[in-house]
Design a protein around this ligand. Structure first.
Ligand code: GLU
Length: 444
């Protein structure tokens, strides 16, 4: 039995109730086969894979809070400190009813490889709660964040673990979490990223994931001898990642014709109007169907996803498993020749198989959406030197990082005999650095 299969079988026995984690681990381990077989002896001797698949530590706690009517609630809180071989644990906090330990372990493993791909010194972590911020008042969200941090502060710190936002955690939540950390510890330090600009946040952090997604897409498209200008793009989601992907894609001459939320999608043949979108989502915190009411010529499709719309390029920016095999085939049938993922693991295994079989350009999430966490690492650097860099400086560094990621992913794929397969390329390029750092530090 191969080393990869042995490790996976064992993992399955240990964690039978964690399907999302097992699925992600299987997909990652399978694609590492070429590098593992090239280094099998040394990896086995150091129990490298057995260590890589287990988080270094998982913290779980209860989060009691009181709503505006005086009713008490208890949610679950987690921090998965996955891997610190190349730097302090780094990764977002997700507040969503679907959050479980299994999902956070899958995201923590992904994050470890993603953070490595940025080339910056950050380890991997993920955390969050099954709390749902939707429909809660500001005061309720604040009390929840304060209660969450009252436990979490014991386990994080600027050189230990630096959380940030993810689904359900944006600037507002990061601000409340930061305020409570400072109050409890009396430390003014960069313990979180994605902070407000008046208290240590980095310029361009808000834009980073969406901009980075378009920068790497542009690099991949150029390497294939094509051009983004004039291409039709389908985007899903309408949060921070989708908004800035749309803005940057338009700046580079492409036309984004859709965006969505969990209720449905809007189609605008003239190109999504960025200002209207931001007014609805950032200012009013409203639903995307509002867009069709305000922009003449656009249509709202209730209960549907945008994957049946004719396009050249698809940028899924909503959530995991939002494209299944049938959706992927619809995209391909409609002429889509490029997919790059702004959300974490938006394509399921069948969808990825369909892209690879059709040999379209496909950049998986851990490479394509690494711009967000990369600028988080730049925020950490600015906090450490107590300076802030200009928007242009940060944006330029982000651009360089995304170009480097593309080159490293493409080179690793080629080196191990999978030219053009960026799933294998991203996993191997991310894993190689973590593996070497783990080997150098002994069996810990
Ligand atoms: N949640 C984002 C991600 O999935 C950002 C994490 C961070 O900035 O630490 O990469």
């Amino acid at each position: 039995m191969s080393y990869v299969t042995e490790v996976y079988d064992n993992l399955q026995k240990k964690h039978p109730y964690e399907p999302e984690f097992l699925e992600a681990a299987k997909r990652i381990l399978d694609s590492l086969e070429p590098i593992v077989s090239a280094n099998e002896e040394v990896y086995r001797k150091n129990a490298l894979l057995e260590r890589f698949v287990e988080p270094e530590r998982i913290i779980t706690f209860r989060v009691p809070w009181t709503d505006d009517k005086g009713v008490n609630h208890v949610n679950l809180g987690y921090r998965v400190q996955f891997n610190s071989a190349i730097g302090p644990y780094k990764g977002g906090l997700r507040f969503h009813p679907s959050v479980t330990q299994s999902i956070l372990k899958f995201l923590g493993m992904e994050q470890t490889l993603k953070n490595s791909l940025t080339g910056l010194p950050i380890g991997g972590g993920k955390g969050g709660s099954d709390f749902d911020p939707h429909g809660k008042s500001d005061a309720e969200v604040m009390r929840f964040c304060q209660s969450f941090m009252t436990e979490l502060y014991k386990y994080v710190g600027k050189d230990v673990d630096v959380p940030a936002g993810d689904i359900g955690v944006g600037g507002r939540e990061v601000g409340y979490l930061y305020g409570q950390y400072k109050r409890i510890t009396n430390l003014y330090e960069g313990v979180l990223t994605g902070k407000g600009l008046t208290f240590g946040g980095s310029l361009a952090r808000t834009e980073a994931t969406g901009y980075g997604l378009v920068y790497i897409t542009n690099e991949m498209v150029k390497a294939a001898g094509k051009d983004l200008a004039g291409k039709t793009v389908v985007v899903s989601g309408s949060g921070n990642v989708a908004q800035y992907a749309i803005q940057k894609a338009h700046e580079l001459g492409a036309k984004v014709v859709t965006c969505s939320d969990s209720n449905g999608y809007v189609y605008d043949p003239n190109g999504i109007n960025f200002d209207v979108l931001c007014q609805i989502k950032q200012v009013e915190r409203g639903r995307i169907k509002e867009y069709a009411k305000r922009v003449p010529g656009s249509e709202y499709h209730d209960g549907e996803k945008p994957w049946g719309v004719k396009c050249d390029i698809a940028l899924p920016c909503a959530t995991q498993n939002e494209i299944n095999g049938a959706d992927a085939r619809k995209l391909l049938d409609n002429g889509c020749w490029c997919v790059a993922e702004g959300a974490n693991m938006p394509s399921d295994a069948d969808a990825i198989d369909a892209y690879l079989a059709a040999k379209i350009l496909y950049m998986p999430a851990k490479a394509a959406n690494a711009g967000g966490v990369a600028v988080s690492a730049l925020e950490m650097s600015q906090n450490s030197e107590r300076l802030s860099w200009s928007f242009e400086e940060v944006d330029k560094m982000l651009h360089n990082i995304m170009v480097n990621i593309y080159n490293n992913v493409a080179t690793a794929a080629k080196k191990y005999g999978y030219e053009g397969n960026f799933v294998v390329g991203a996993n191997i390029a991310g894993f190689e650095k973590v593996a070497n750092a783990m080997l150098g530090q002994g069996v810990v």
